[in-house]
Write a protein that binds this ligand. Structure first.
Ligand code: GDP
Ligand code: MN
Length: 386
């Protein structure tokens, strides 16, 4: 799960990691009020979306007066912001963060993320932080320091000093740098993050260290033990079909192709996607309704696929084990009654109560295409979508 910069900064604050003064606004008037309470000028107005690259896309702007900040907020709120990370369709801005501007002496990059290959937490840092860090990583990778931290031992002050020397930090900055990294690591572990990134971590003209930006991603599988983090969820930022699917407890991932598919069991779902590809088509989604799905769950899954406008054909592939074929058939028929089926549906089903399932589907009056086996089903659906 991703969160907004202003939320990540609120979390930083609870770990005593320094962030600029400021607040979040949903209206220009709120932005002005926050700006008026700030002591220093300039004022920074930052679009809050779940994507980076805002500086390059016009989502980070400076103002000299609260009135000017109000004007910037008015222009940003409601706009569709396109950045190098949003894709061409952009993201709608619903809030802005209004902050005190900083006098920047240096922009550093600091990030923590798990590395599966070495089963460690990787600490990455660079003295070439800021908006061009991606280019730095590609063109001059030696400017990025990587240190593997054994999660059983955790971060040690010597790790931090090693990074600090690598970044050529002056002694005055070294002092706050070490505890900042230690706190950042603690947050990363405490909250089961899959990414914590500060870009830029700013060295100010007076040698203070402040997190000018903040990005945190959480491991979804650990969210059950972080009720406090769940409050940060912003469904507006997520794919509406993904949000709906998670409400029904369906294992769903939206993809680019046009064959919608509904399968029970993640392994069968992966195999089904391979088959679709081998038949020359592309899957529109991954959807595992689960081994013990009910008719209701099947119905919800089917409805989600039908709402996906890019879907030109549907492949239902069920192996009736715990989920019985008659239960699946009932779900499909229920969904069809409540939603108009606008695309051809190919069904392949085998296993427990398959005869009863076939009978329900045959008597439903629905125009379903039945398949002999997996290969046949994949061929049929690929032919339908062309
Ligand atoms: P991102 O582009 O989405 O990663 O947004 P950032 O929060 O990283 O801001 C992008 C850039 O805007 C930073 O790298 C800074 O160069 C600039 N910027 C942001 N806030 C300030 C500020 O308070 N003062 C100054 N001088 N520049 C800022
Ligand atoms: Mn940034």
């Amino acid at each position: 799960m991703k969160i907004h910069e202003y939320q990540a900064k609120a979390l930083f604050k609870t770990y005593d990691i320094p962030v600029p003064e400021g607040g979040v606004a949903q209206t220009p008037a709120e932005a002005k009020a926050i700006a008026q309470a700030l002591e220093s000028r300039p004022i920074v107005v930052k679009a809050q979306i779940h994507a980076g690259g805002r500086g390059k896309g016009g989502g980070v702007k400076l103002a000299d007066t609260p009135e000017a900040a109000e004007g910037l907020a008015g222009a940003m709120i409601g706009m569709t912001l396109v950045t190098p990370q949003t894709g061409p369709e952009g993201k709608q801005v619903r809030r802005v963060l209004v902050e005190q501007g900083l006098r920047i002496a240096k922009e550093l990059y600091v990030g923590l993320l798990p590395d599966r290959k070495t089963a460690s937490v990787v600490l990455m840092a660079s003295e070439a932080g800021g908006m061009d860090i991606e280019a730095v990583a590609v063109q001059t990778p030696d400017k990025i320091i990587r240190i593997a931290i054994d999660p059983l031992i955790g971060i040690q002050p010597f790790h931090c000093r090693q990074v600090a020397f690598g970044l050529n930090l002056p002694p005055a900055v070294m002092k706050p740098f070490v505890p900042t990294l230690l706190k950042l690591y603690r947050l990363f572990v405490d909250k089961d993050c899959s990414l914590v990134e500060i870009n830029p971590l700013v060295v100010t003209a007076s040698d203070a260290l402040i997190a000018l930006d903040a990005k945190i991603t959480f491991d979804d599988n650990a969210l059950f033990r972080h009720k406090d983090i769940l409050q940060y969820r912003d469904a507006d930022e997520e794919d509406p079909l993904d949000v709906e699917a998670s409400r029904y407890d369906l294992n769903y991932i939206n993809m680019d192709g046009n064959v919608g598919n509904m399968v029970n069991g993640a392994g069968l779902a992966m195999a089904t996607m391979d088959l679709i590809k081998r038949a020359g088509a592309e899957p529109a989604n991954f959807l595992d309704v689960g081994g013990g799905a009910s008719a209701e769950k099947v119905e919800n899954g089917f409805k989600i696929i039908l709402r996906d406008k890019k879907v030109k054909g549907i492949f239902i592939n069920i192996f009736g084990g715990i989920l019985r074929c008659d239960e699946l058939a009932k779900g499909v028929v229920q969904a069809a009654k409540r939603t108009e089926i606008t695309v051809p549906v190919v069904v392949r089903m085998e296993g427990t109560n398959v005869e009863e399932g076939r009978r329900i589907l045959a008597q439903s009056g629905l125009n379903l295409i039945t398949a002999r086996d997996l290969e046949d089903a994949a061929q049929k659906v690929a032919k339908i979508v062309g």
